[in-house]
Every structure is written in structure tokens, then in C-alpha cells.
Design a binder for this molecule. Structure first.
Ligand SMILES: C[S@@+](CC[C@H](N)C(=O)[O-])C[C@H]1O[C@@H](n2cnc3c(N)ncnc32)[C@H](O)[C@@H]1O
Length: 419
């Protein structure tokens, strides 16, 4: 069956990969050879409406999927092709319906819309017209070139399924109770959960959780989430956000912990690891330890209320700066041992624009690299990298983390004129 995908027209580098990730998860064969980066329309062949629904239902960058009834370069061609396919209308008989227009980069006047709706008289649709809650939505989807009043292509189709886009507004940071300077925008945090194929019942971990943007997004799918951060402050009101989204039961725990010195039992495994590691811009890039260890010699036995100070719950561990590459290599190694086979790591990597050409995608022998999607800012980019844990014994190539060590340095000297 022929379907038309209507995609969001932003974050275009994420749209196709999000659909591929969902298709793989749902075991749907998806061919995106008609996909164009500069168009919101993609024609796809799928076995049935059920597959079409499953493909888009959890997509955040797709607006809807439509079953194509007729198509052409002009309204005349659309009606001609529609008349050759009238048998299909039998299934819409006696059903309430509505006819809509969805024009990309153009408009059609109300009068012209009415004319085209009346022109559909030959379909002999006999159901009730319902503008609010129709059983069938017929839609003319029109593709215009900017500033050209005539559409270059038109599809007549029925809406099969809307998508998860309405969730983005509910999870909007502006409406969230507990946010901070590091909170990650809701839309791409939710997209990250699709790249990582997070499903109901999964155990998901964010090792740099800050205010929890990724665990909150994972809990939306019904996953059980676990979070940690070296900074205890953002963890304080963590539960508020889960309560706001009615997902408190999905929040397992949050831990103040240096990710490079994790405290997990060796048998603990995760179904997904998703995160935005620290770049040192809005937050500290540190690990536990002393930059000048000599200052602490002889202070190991300091007592507070007869308790060793470093054993007390209120002890704040000394931290020392660390390079981003060390943190990221730790992250790949951690995912390689802690992910269940076939499950995913998705994380964000900052890349300065002068490094874009030379930065290599890091590879770990136990993780299969799946995709990279790029979000561009004026002078730097943020790459979303997705990996999948290989089956035991299956080894791939290795490329160590490179070139990002001085991201903080470059960011401050180049864009802010300061360090
Ligand atoms: C880019 S922020 C992530 C923000 C988070 N996604 C949110 O929604 O707020 C990176 C976080 O990593 C934490 N961090 C820095 N070094 C760390 C370490 N060694 N172990 C664990 N967390 C660390 C920082 O405190 C910060 O909260």
C-alpha cells in the first residue's frame, strides 16, 4: 500500500534516522529512497495501515501518515487518478467524514477549497459530514515552491495516524517545574529516546542526569529510569518532574556519583543509556579526586562528631578537572559492559565547527555504530551518536575519542573572548 509521510520541517538530520530506529524496533521494512532533506513529504510502501500506524505513533519529528488515494501535478490530474481508483471508496461509505487541505509553502483560498471539495461529488460518499470528530479525514496535501501560487504536486489521501508530536508541548521546558541551565530541550530529548529504542519496562540510565531531561523523556515511554550526577544540587527536586508527568512510578532513583568511579554491582545491566555529557560550558567537567593531592596528606583522619569526615553523608568530595575525552571513553567502555545485547547507547557530542571535518566518530569494539544526527548552531554543532551493543564474541573496529578535549577552550576564547 502507498502511504505519504508528512515530516516536521526542522531538525531535518534527525527525521529519517528517527523513523529508521522505530522501524527497526517495530520490525517494519522501511524504504526511504524517496526521502529528501528539503521536503516534508515522503512516499513509502508499507504492507498495511497497521504498520503505518506503528511506524509513526511514537515519532516526534513526523506529523502524520496518510494513505494515498490519488496524486498528480495538478488538481485535474489528481481527480483523474482518483476516478480510476473509485472502488477504494466502498470502505468509506456510511462513515462520517471531513475534507481538509494541508498546503506546504503555499495557500489555497477558501473558495477554491470548496470548489475542490464539491468536485469530489463523483465519489458518491454518503456519510455525514463531521467537522469535529469525523471517522475518515480526507486530506489534499499540496507541495508548493515558495512564492509560486500553483502547487507543484498534490496528493489526495486519508489520515491513517497522527504522531507523538503533541507530547512535545506537554514536556516543554517552559512548563516544567524543575529546570536548570543544563536542561535539554524536550523535543530532541524525546527524539533521543527513539534513537535508543526505549520501550515500556526497560531499565534506562542517564549518568550525567542534571535536571533529568533524558530520564523524564524515557519515562514517557513507560521505562524505569535511573539517574546520577556528580553534582547533588540538580538532583534535589528531581521527583517533582516525574510527579508533574504522572510517571513517579517509573523513577527508580537518583544518585550523587562520579560516573568514572561508579558504585554499581558488576551484574547490573541496562536496556538503554542516554545522556548529554558535560562539556564544561554550563557545568563543571570534573571527577572525584584532588588536583593537588599533597594538600590532603595527613587529613585522612579528620573527625567530625566522632565520625571520619569523609564517611559522613554531608561530606562533599574533592573534585578535579578532567578532559572530555576521558569522560567519553569511560562512557563507551561502560556501555560496552553494562548494556544488554542488542540495546542502545545514545549520547550528544559537542563539535566546534573548525573540527567538523576532522572529528572521527568514535568506535568501540563491542558497540555497533548506528547513526549520527547533527544539530547545527552558529559556530558549533551537537552530534547525537547512537550505538548498539554487539552480541558476545562479535567484535568491530575501534576508533578512540579524538579532538574534543579543547572544546571548552575554543568555545570561550573564540565566542566569548574570555576563558
Ligand atoms: C550537560 S549536563 C547534562 C544536563 C542534563 N541533561 C539536564 O537535563 O540537566 C552534564 C552534567 O554532567 C555532570 N557531571 C560532570 N562531571 C561528571 C562526572 N564525572 N560524573 C557524573 N556527572 C558529571 C554535571 O554536573 C552536569 O549536571
Amino acid at each position: 500500500m502507498k502511504f505519504l509521510l508528512l515530516l516536521a520541517q526542522h531538525d531535518t538530520d534527525f527525521r529519517a534516522k528517527e523513523l529508521i530506529a522505530i522501524a527497526e524496533m517495530e520490525k517494519i521494512e522501511l524504504n526511504l529512497e524517496n526521502y529528501k532533506e528539503d521536503s516534508p513529504f515522503v512516499e513509502v510502501d508499507l504492507p498495511s495501515e497497521d504498520e503505518a500506524r506503528r511506524l509513526v505513533q511514537r515519532s516526534f519529528l513526523t506529523r502524520g501518515i496518510y494513505r494515498i488515494l490519488a496524486q498528480g501535478s495538478s488538481m485535474d490530474e489528481v481527480h483523474e487518478s482518483n476516478k480510476k481508483n473509485l472502488a477504494v471508496y466502498d470502505e468509506f461509505m456510511n462513515k462520517s467524514f471531513k475534507v481538509e487541505f494541508n498546503c506546504y509553502q503555499g495557500t489555497r483560498s477558501k473558495e477554491s477549497q470548496l470548489t475542490e471539495i464539491n468536485n469530489l461529488g463523483y465519489t458518491n460518499l454518503n456519510g455525514r459530514i463531521s467537522l469535529k470528530n469525523p471517522e475518515v479525514r480526507f486530506v489534499f496535501l499540496e507541495d508548493y515552491d515558495q512564492y509560486n501560487p500553483t502547487p507543484k504536486y498534490i496528493w489526495l489521501a486519508t489520515l491513517v495516524s497522527s504522531t507523538a508530536r503533541s507530547v512535545i508541548d506537554i514536556y516543554d521546558l517552559k512548563k516544567r517545574k524543575h529546570v536548570g541551565t543544563t536542561s535539554f530541550e524536550a523535543e530532541l530529548a524525546l527524539v533521543t529516546t527513539n534513537m535508543a529504542q526505549i520501550r515500556k519496562g526497560d531499565i534506562v540510565y542517564d549518568p550525567f542526569s542534571g535536571t533529568g531531561s533524558f530520564p523524564i523523556a524515557a519515562a514517557y515511554h513507560g521505562a524505569y529510569v535511573f539517574a546520577s550526577d556528580i553534582d547533588r544540587r540538580p538532583l534535589r527536586n528531581y521527583g517533582l518532574n516525574f510527579a508533574q508527568y504522572n510517571t513517579s512510578k517509573n523513577f527508580l532513583d537518583s544518585l550523587e556519583m562520579d560516573f568514572t568511579h561508579d558504585a554499581f554491582q558488576s551484574r547490573l545491566k541496562f536496556d538503554a543509556i542516554i545522556c548529554d555529557p558535560p562539556y564544561g560550558i554550563r557545568e563543571r567537567l570534573v571527577v572525584c579526586g584532588a588536583a593537588k593531592p599533597e594538600r590532603f596528606i595527613g587529613k585522612e583522619h579528620i573527625l567530625v562528631d566522632n565520625e571520619l569526615s569523609h564517611r559522613r553523608r554531608d561530606y562533599i568530595a574533592t573534585k578535579k578537572p578532567v578532559e572530555l575525552s576521558t569522560i567519553l571513553q569511560n562512557l563507551l567502555d561502560f556501555a560496552a559492559t553494562r548494556l544488554n545485547v542488542g540495546r542502545r547507547l545514545a549520547f550528544w557530542l559537542p563539535v566546534e565547527d573548525r573540527d567538523v571535518e576532522t572529528t572521527k566518530i568514535p568506535l568501540h569494539t563491542d558497540l555497533e555504530f548506528k547513526y549520527v544526527s547533527v544539530q547545527k548552531f552558529s559556530k558549533w554543532e551537537r552530534w547525537l551518536l547512537t550505538y548498539e551493543k554487539r552480541p558476545h564474541g562479535d567484535k568491530g573496529p575501534e576508533i578512540p575519542i579524538s579532538l574534543t578535549d579543547d572544546f571548552r577552550e575554543k568555545y570561550y576564547t573564540r565566542y566569548r573572548g574570555q576563558k
